[in-house]
Design a protein around this ligand. Structure first.
Ligand code: UDP
Ligand code: MG
Length: 320
């Protein structure tokens, strides 16, 4: 078989119901492409029939390849694994649940041919998403934008096209806590967006639980901003000014002897709690960063692989 030009990466975690439909829609797009395509399914430790489904697809179509991770490592890591193994000149990352319409890929490729190295899809509307998801997502992207040192475009998901140059750079990044949307912006080059309306999930449950989404949000902020660390300084300055003001208040009471003892006690107690809280918050923030440093230093591999089918083992490219 010819070396693929285009590699489609799909992270899969318990998607037995969506895989056949995914294949149907993606293979229709694959047939339209102007070069050989590989569909790289990354099984992120599914415990349903997803892997069996992948084997069936592989038998039916040799363009389907898969990597099976030895357990559930999470979406971002699954995508990273996909990026490590693909052979094409162009990578396209899309979700398995058909929320990212594969029919947009030719348009993205068109922009790539015009010289863009990164083409990301931006949601113009979230159809059928609940108000809670919309509100938290909206707030999160704005906060991230204010805090982070690189501009990470709002309302983009992982659905994107990446040129080989960018893929190689991402693969060379040794960091463990991978927020792909951030890293993708960080590399620079010519980037552009296409707008689309995000459909609802084709079938099955949302695999990003509230906990996973929250962890991803915290991760993205800590990986791309040092503002929280500076918060300690600001809070320190704030409580120092409080202390100064209180000093004058006490002095005033002393001089004009209008100091009912009780007020004094409450002020001391409140101040103590306030300072305690400030200190604990700061220690917590420090802890978050130190925990991440610890993880980086341990330098464990990002994931473990139990099976690779249809892909040459390019694990050597992987920096660990
Ligand atoms: N996914 C994964 N590992 C996980 C969670 C999710 O590989 O631990 C995959 C999942 O199969 C899907 C994609 O990541 O292809 C996005 O997940 P989901 O649709 O549940 O999240 P959302 O649409 O809310 O971003
Ligand atoms: Mg989804």
């Amino acid at each position: 078989m010819l070396k693929p030009q285009y590699s489609f990466i799909v992270p899969v975690f318990n998607e037995e119901e969506t895989l056949p439909e995914l294949y149907k829609r993606v293979s229709a797009v694959m047939d339209q492409m102007d070069g050989p395509v590989e569909l790289v399914l990354v099984n992120d430790g599914s415990n349903d029939r997803s892997l069996a489904e992948m084997r069936v697809l592989r038998q039916r179509d040799s363009r389907v390849c898969y990597v099976s991770l030895a357990r559930n490592f999470g979406h971002q890591t699954a995508v990273t694994a996909g990026l490590n193994f693909i052979q094409g000149q162009v990578a396209v990352i899309l979700d398995a649940d058909l929320q990212d319409p594969p029919e947009l890929i030719p348009e993205m490729v068109g922009l790539w041919q015009q010289g863009y190295q990164v083409v990301y899809a931006q949601r113009s509307r979230r159809r059928h998403a609940g108000w809670f998801k919309r509100l938290t997502a909206y707030g999160f992207y704005r906060i991230l934008q204010r805090l982070s040192d690189v501009t990470i475009p709002s309302d983009t998901g992982d659905f994107c096209l990446l040129d080989r140059q960018v893929v190689d750079l991402l693969n060379a990044m040794p960091e463990r806590n991978r927020y792909i949307r951030g890293l993708r912006s960080w590399v620079g080059f010519r980037q552009t967006a296409i707008r689309f309306e995000r459909d609802s999930r084709f079938a099955g449950e949302v695999k990003y639980t509230l906990r996973k989404s929250f962890a991803l949000a915290i991760n993205s902020i800590l990986s791309f901003s040092q503002v929280p660390l500076r918060l300690a300084t600001y809070l320190g300055l704030l409580s120092a000014s409080f202390a100064l003001i209180m000093m004058f208040v006490v002095l005033y009471w002393r001089l004009f002897s209008i100091s009912p003892q009780l007020v004094g006690f409450s002020i001391i107690t409140i101040a103590q709690f306030f300072l305690g809280a400030v200190q604990l918050i700061c220690i917590g923030i420090l802890g978050e960063y130190i925990g991440r440093i610890y993880e980086e230093v341990k330098a464990r591999p990002l994931y473990t692989v139990s099976e690779i089918v249809g892909l040459s083992n390019t694990e050597d490219n992987r920096r660990e």
